[in-house]
Design a protein around this ligand. Sequence first.
Ligand code: SF4
Ligand code: SF4
Length: 372
Amino acid sequence: MANEMKKIDKNGLGSIISALLEKGYKVIGPVLNGGAIIYDEITGVNDLPEGWGDKQEAATYRVVKRSDKALFGYVVGPHSWKKFLYPQKTKLWEAEKNNKGFDIKPSNGTAVKYAFLGVRSCELNAIQIQDRVFNNGMFADTFYNKIRKEIFTIAVNCTQAGGTCFCVSMDTGPKAKGGYDLALTEVINESGHYFILDEGSEKGREISSKVLSSEASQDEISAADKAVKNAEDNMGRKMNTDGIKEMLYNNHDHPAWALIAARCLSCANCTMVCPTCFCANVDDTTDLTGSHTERWRRWDSCFALDYSKVAGGNFRTSIKARYRQWMTHKLASWIDQFGSSGCVGCGRCISWCPVGIDITKEVELIRETAKA
Ligand code: SF4
Ligand code: SF4
């Protein structure tokens, strides 16, 4: 049976947040903080960035005041949901010295029940990509999966595209196709300000049943579809992905890699903001008495020189080799490794690269004179 679409208003959204809090979820949503829209804990609808949008271009991110009271009138900011599913630092184990040796205490991970509000379609796809990294049959990451299996997801369909977005090229948006408990489309027009609410799971139906809603009319659903189509038709960027895997594999020596490397600072911003990047390193620390030690996993980056240091030397000493590795992994070898591209077209690496290196333009630069 097809889902009946519901319509809610801002108060209805507030009731969804309250119902999730009552069920013991820690609700995470968009908030305006420090000149950016980031993801943080919220307790009500008034925490959302009402009336704020963002403007993005290569090496540019600015929040801007909108002329309306949209709650989701921005695109994506510097944070992604990986910050919660795969935290930047995780204690793996600790050990305490005793009379015979050491007691090792493994860490059990964090048992937080998160509800994510405002997950964009590209981000839902990024979560599904990280699922294949952290739970792929061969390897299951206990820490990731413990948090992942508890999350409640409220997707928000995009009704405008950012200047660096290209989800249409990557077939990851702007409308969420699944993987959510509830999905919202925000509509602001002459009929008012409302949200079309779609239930994607039993958990979602249970929460939405606690909220005052009405059945959405065909006109209201059409207005929501039109708003999403507006995002689809106005992508800031596009990427031609035809044969991209073979093109990158066959152009390891293309002169464009050196041109990109001449600009790249190897700062790793692109990998930190990317919702699918997952490189990590492991640090051991010991206290000064030598009786307590801890092992931590922390985010790392393939742009860091030490990341490619192995016994006997370093196999990616040049920035050219590191950038080529990153882009070729994202767009080519990821497909062989995990069955999909590692890029969802969110545009973060373009906006947050301090020198404006643009993955869509760099692909074109190679394609223009690529060896077949
Ligand atoms: S591509 Fe840009 S963001 Fe990435 S390492 Fe180079 S300078 Fe930093
Ligand atoms: S490579 Fe860039 S555009 Fe693609 S998912 Fe990562 S941050 Fe987003």
